[in-house]
Design a protein around this ligand. Sequence first.
Ligand SMILES: [Zn+2]
Length: 434
Amino acid sequence: MKTFWCTVLRLGALLSTLMLNSAWAAAPSAILLTADRVWTGDGQIHRGWGVLISQGKIAAVGPIAQLSPPADTEQIALPGKTLLPGLIDLHSHVLLHPYNETSWDDQVMKEAVEYRTILATRHAADTLQAGFTSLRDLGSEGALYADVAIRKAIDAGVIPGPRLSVATLALVASHTYGPAARNFRPDMDVPHGAQEVSGVDAAVKAVREQSSHGADWIKLYADYRTGPDGSSRATFSQEELNAIVRTAHDSGRRVAAHAGTDEGMRRSVLAGVDTIEHGYGGTAATFRLMAERKVVYVPTLTASEAVSEYFQQHVRGTAPTPSMQAAASAFKLARQLGVIIGCGSDVGVFKHGTNVRELAWMVKLGMRPNEALLSATSVAAEVLGKGNELGQIKAGWLADLIAVEGDPSVNIGALEQVALVMKGGVLYRRPALK
Ligand SMILES: [Zn+2]
């Protein structure tokens, strides 16, 4: 009897091994994507091309007849669609949600970091579904190091989301950032939206601290609404900025500067930052300096529109408010003067998963759709320091790809109709089987 049961058990074990093996055997070793058009990131549309993906990377791209897929390759045909590299948003806040739902002050002061982190997992999933496969997340806005944990969960495959480059707490000059002390009893201590530092030593120490906790980027606020009348003024001194940038660069990290005033921008550029965020008040002289030094401009045009909607009764599609006009003029001036422009929206201020609004704005203000696509793919990948693995459909590059309905190099609105999303060779969205 004992022998009988042993045999049954052995047979069972053998059967499950066989089933496991057959499950492995059934998984294709490669995926071949074919679409009406392939936009590889070199600015051209290729017809009759396909992309072969294997082991998380792009194995080959070219005319379909010239590709040699293995026998068990899964083929996904995408008629009517365009394949392009996964999109990149260079300015996001996955730990924020729109201010017309909850004010920024209330998010920072009243929402638990745990709650904000749970919301952020939803935001990350929505972003990926919308075709954005990488984000540079510029500050947790009071949610401590939660961005590092979210990045870890995404990388480990625990939750779906884009590749994240995170800035953690961000650096602000002491007593310059929100929630603003003037709105509270003077003896009240409210949570801070970023790490407050004054002086070169404290600034250097904070850069090292954030780096050690997992920051990929250092984000600083070069100006803020600290003037007696609430106007924006430069906050950090030149010496403080120089020290922050030097320390970050020494550690192999790049620096993003929030700067809306010309003085904040100028000081940041002189200090050697890598990108300027917003830049609505930039003069020709400062944009020229940026062009010369190849400092990238991230215009965040959608944030300007969203804030106008929330606080100035702006109705989308109607005449722009003065702040939107300032953003539009800065964008046009920067383009005229040859400043490199990277796509960054400040999403979080507005709804996650609608990042594509930024590309629509750039086109509305004069960019050709092709240029806008480059700013959200190969140009953005260079900004991230990942120009040799992301932002193009190229053999050997990571398989971050999307397919959209129609041709976004002619009509940028096509990006709103995402049919397929792949990150690292894994499909997160695919057309329904007919
Ligand atoms: Zn921001």
